[in-house]
Design a binder for this molecule. Structure first.
Ligand SMILES: [Zn+2]
Length: 104
């Protein structure tokens, strides 16, 4: 094989590799874009759910609102939720904080 034919072969091989890399890169960019979009959609639905259902059961009393004695007959208010039995969900707390900043 002559030197010129060899260099042409190498050059075309390089072009093919460069072309395949160019073809691959947009696909990865599209995959990342799809992942980011899916994440944003999930976050949006979570925040929407936090608007509609802002509360969840208190984690310490499981929504009971009572801190019971050892016998289970006597109780006082749950110290964490102060007897309400509920806690504000994390997304709702974020939304409330944002609204408070906006109103100032
Ligand atoms: Zn509680």
């Amino acid at each position: 094989m002559s030197d010129s034919a060899y260099s042409v072969l190498l050059g075309s091989l390089g072009l093919i590799i460069a072309a395949s890399e160019l073809a691959q890169q947009p696909r990865e960019v599209v995959q990342v874009a799809v992942l980011i979009t899916a994440g944003l959609v999930i976050v949006a639905f979570y925040l929407l759910a936090c608007v509609i259902w802002p509360y969840a059961n208190c984690t310490r009393c499981a929504g009971d609102g009572k801190s019971r004695s050892l016998s289970g007959k006597k109780f006082r208010n749950c110290p964490r939720c102060k007897g309400t039995g509920r806690r504000r969900r994390i997304g709702r707390r974020l939304l409330d904080r944002r609204n408070n900043h906006r109103n100032r």
